[in-house]
Design a protein around this ligand. Structure first.
Ligand code: SF4
Length: 500
């Protein structure tokens, strides 16, 4: 079925239509669950990291091009610096930040609620419940972004490839040529914030109250305030439902009326109790914090159970999930991985090892038990440079380009001790095998001596090289080149930048 025709449409269809109809010219993304497929489907350009992706979009916006940045929830941490500055600094053409939440979490080290970023940066975040509201949410986000001269966030709590809805009503916003207005420099930093508080926040608050994205249906004494995907689950429960179109700012007047019109309110949201925590002054309100709903992902049965017991104290009890219980206990480095002897060699060295949120995170559990700490993508070099004594940073080439290079520069500048083992397989293996930049010439330009290993190499030879480098004072780099056997199957088809 062609896009735009009557019938079942996915979140990806909704996204493609919205990006086309909004006249989006610049699309940037950083792969990672659950945003990879959306970035690929839109033909977005893959940036080395989220901050750079957002900076490119800011530049595009300043010069009159509508832009979009697609990141996973954790990516919002990285772009938070320019994101927090952009509302008061102002932008040019519309800029939308689309964030995929990993409720569960399924492919992330933590479960993060990106609505907190919106509140922190005083930015609006729209909260579609599925493909049907995703399309108008993005169109509204562009309109609002140009009206307030600030980025607008849209978050997805549903997976765009797995969610279907009926016909999406298309609209079109006229091509804009809004560029950055230098008049803002006539204000001080304080003045720019005062302007934002006085002129812009009331516009956003009003948009949240009056948007057609708000869904309200009244029936009986029980009410559910639901956000994102849980609003879908709540539709057939025969109780009143309020699904706000904006997660921040919330439509306070609407919520106040809804609470006063009902005897009990259940707040159904993912992943955390963002809305519920703001409504706790009312003893009518129940949800995750009161123990009526579980934290994280919700199912329809959770909502039904909570409604049945809403007059009693909440009783959510859960065991702390183990890796074995989740079926992740045996997830390790692939048997045919060219880097397997390297991991085994590292294990024999008995020094602390920092890994990255790439394949090396699979080496944290038995049988390898090699990597000790993993604090996120690109973190291993900085972390290992802080070890007491010379330890090892295992880093993939994408992780090094992402944010690892800054750790290397810092370690060089401060004369720290670290052995960096760079796994150069030229792809981001964990997110689908996307091609990554060759970072070795940059490393060679700043590190005087770089050892090379062409995998596969026997374990004892690797061990000898690593022992020698560990004994050497200062920074050592070993570049281990290999080809991931999963690569052809993993790699998603590269698309050229979208032509619109
Ligand atoms: S995905 Fe590729 S690089 Fe990663 S562990 Fe498996 S074989 Fe090795």
């Amino acid at each position: 079925m062609k896009k735009g025709e009557r019938g079942q449409q996915t979140g990806l269809d909704a996204l493609e239509m919205a990006v086309t109809d909004a006249g989006t010219e610049v699309l940037q993304y950083v792969p990672g669950y659950p945003i990879t497929e959306a970035g690929q489907a839109l033909g977005a350009q893959m940036a080395v990291n989220e901050k750079v992706a957002f900076e490119v979009a800011l530049g595009a916006s300043a010069t009159g091009q509508r832009s979009m940045v697609l990141v996973k929830h954790l990516g919002a941490n990285l772009l938070a610096d320019p994101l927090s500055i952009s509302p008061t600094h102002t932008i040019g053409a519309g800029l939308v930040v689309l964030v995929g939440e990993d409720v569960g979490p399924k492919g992330s080290q933590i479960e993060l609620d990106v609505r907190h970023h919106a509140a922190l940066c005083e930015l609006p975040v729209l909260d579609p419940t599925g493909p049907k509201s995703l399309y108008p949410s993005i169109i509204e986000a562009y309109r609002l972004s140009e009206r307030i001269s600030a980025p607008v966030m849209v978050r997805m709590t549903f997976r765009p490839t797995e969610t279907y809805e009926d016909e999406i009503h298309r609209t079109r916003i006229l091509p804009g040529s809004k560029t950055f207005d230098r008049a803002i420099w006539g204000l001080t930093a304080k003045g720019r914030h005062q302007r934002y508080l006085r002129n812009v926040l009331p516009i956003i608050a009003n948009a949240s109250e009056t948007t057609s994205l708000n869904f309200l249906e009244s029936s009986g004494d029980l009410g559910i305030i639901a956000c994102g995907r849980p609003a879908h689950l709540a539709r057939d429960l025969q109780v009143s439902l309020l699904a706000p179109g904006y997660a921040h700012p919330l439509p306070w007047k609407m919520i106040e009326r809804f609470i006063s019109d009902h005897q009990k309110i259940l707040v159904a949201e993912e992943p955390g109790p963002f809305v519920e925590s703001r409504l706790r002054m009312s003893d009518k309100v129940c949800g995750k914090l009161t123990g009526h709903l579980p934290f994280g992902r919700l199912e329809a049965a959770d909502l039904e159970r909570a409604l049945e017991t809403i007059d009693k104290p909440g009783r959510q009890r859960y065991d702390v999930e183990t890796a074995n219980g989740r079926g992740q206990g045996s997830r390790t480095i692939c048997d045919d991985c060219p880097y397997l002897p390297l991991y085994k060699a590292i294990k024999n060295l008995g020094v602390p090892v920092a890994g990255d949120a790439g394949c090396s995170i699979r080496a944290v559990r038995p049988p390898l038990d090699v990597v000790d700490v993993v604090y996120g993508l690109g973190s291993s070099v900085g972390v290992a440079s802080g070890f007491a004594g010379k330890g090892i940073a295992v880093v993939g080439d994408y992780a090094l380009a992402h944010t690892g290079l800054q750790g290397l520069i810092n370690a060089l500048y401060h004369g720290r001790e670290v052995l960096i083992v760079l796994l150069k397989n030229e792809v981001a293996a964990m997110t689908g095998g996307q091609r990554v930049p060759d970072i070795v010439p940059v490393v060679e330009a700043v590190v005087p001596r770089v050892e090379r290993l062409k995998m596969p190499v026997p374990q004892d030879e690797i061990e000898a090289v690593l022992k020698r480098e560990l004994a050497r004072p200062g920074i050592s780099v070993v570049v281990a080149s290999g080809r991931c056997p999963r690569e052809p199957g993993h790699r998603l088809k590269e698309k050229s930048p979208r032509e619109l």
